[in-house]
Design a protein around this ligand. Structure first.
Ligand SMILES: [Zn+2]
Length: 240
């Protein structure tokens, strides 16, 4: 059964939470096993799930869409097992959907960093870009990587340095999005240096592990969002 869970967007929270990274990699049962305060059970592939270590601090970021209109969160983090936010590289992703009565939303970089951009996809809802479609990875100096997928258009190039707040693309439905389901798949990852710039550039779907994050929202009335498809079982739900 799906539960609708209200996720709180924290206002101007800019703290590091004292979680210690661990790397236990123990087998676990997704949605059932408690991996402790510094790890989370995620799928490694279709047949295997393991406790994945989380980083020692959680980034606090701005909201990644720029739109005057409403949006909603279609899929939240650690979604039910039949969904896509369950794997090591997607577990803490969110799918943000702008109001379809209006043009697609602009996408803003939540961080300064160096870009890896992939913009070869033209069709909608196909395997292009390893299913992520047109995508932007922003690699920050502190080791976090910010990932934006399914874009219609991209305004930055590989090697460009972007600043926080810079518009980097337009929401779309390239890659595996579902029919007529334009949205932004957004996630935060750590540590990109373990894979390296070149490997991340050459293997477009490759990403370091997905990690939780806070969003500091500017508008008071949009501090709360509900994600439709979210597992209600873990404490990580209120980390947005
Ligand atoms: Zn997604």
């Amino acid at each position: 059964m799906l539960k609708i869970v209200t996720l709180i967007i924290f206002l101007n929270i800019s703290i590091s939470v004292g979680l210690n990274a661990s790397s236990n990699n123990q087998p676990c049962i997704y949605g059932v096993t408690d991996c402790g305060s510094n790890a989370q059970c995620v799928f490694i592939d279709l047949t295997k799930s393991e406790c994945m270590a989380l980083p020692g601090s959680i980034p606090s970021i701005r909201f990644p869409l720029k739109s005057k209109h409403k949006f909603f969160c279609d899929q939240g983090n650690l979604s039910p097992p039949e969904n896509s936010h369950i794997y090591k590289n997607t577990a803490f992703a969110i799918d943000l959907v702008s109001d379809r009565k209006h043009p697609p939303a602009k996408i803003v970089s939540v961080s300064q960093g160096t870009v890896i951009a992939y913009s070869k996809c033209t069709k909608h809802n196909d395997q292009c870009g390893d299913g992520f479609g047109n995508s932007v990875k922003v690699l920050a100096n502190d080791g976090f990587l910010y990932f934006y997928a399914h874009l219609e258009k991209i305004f930055v190039k590989t090697g460009s340095v972007v600043s926080e707040g810079q518009i980097i693309g337009i929401e779309g439905n390239t890659g595996l999005t579902g029919e007529n389901h334009r949205h932004l798949h957004f996630s935060v990852h750590y540590n990109w240096r373990d894979i390296g710039f070149q490997n991340l550039e050459n293997n477009i779907g490759q990403l370091p592990p997905s990690v939780p994050f806070f969003i500091r929202e500017l508008k008071k009335d949009s501090r709360q969002i509900s994600c439709k498809r979210t597992s209600g079982k873990t404490e990580w739900l209120n980390w947005f």
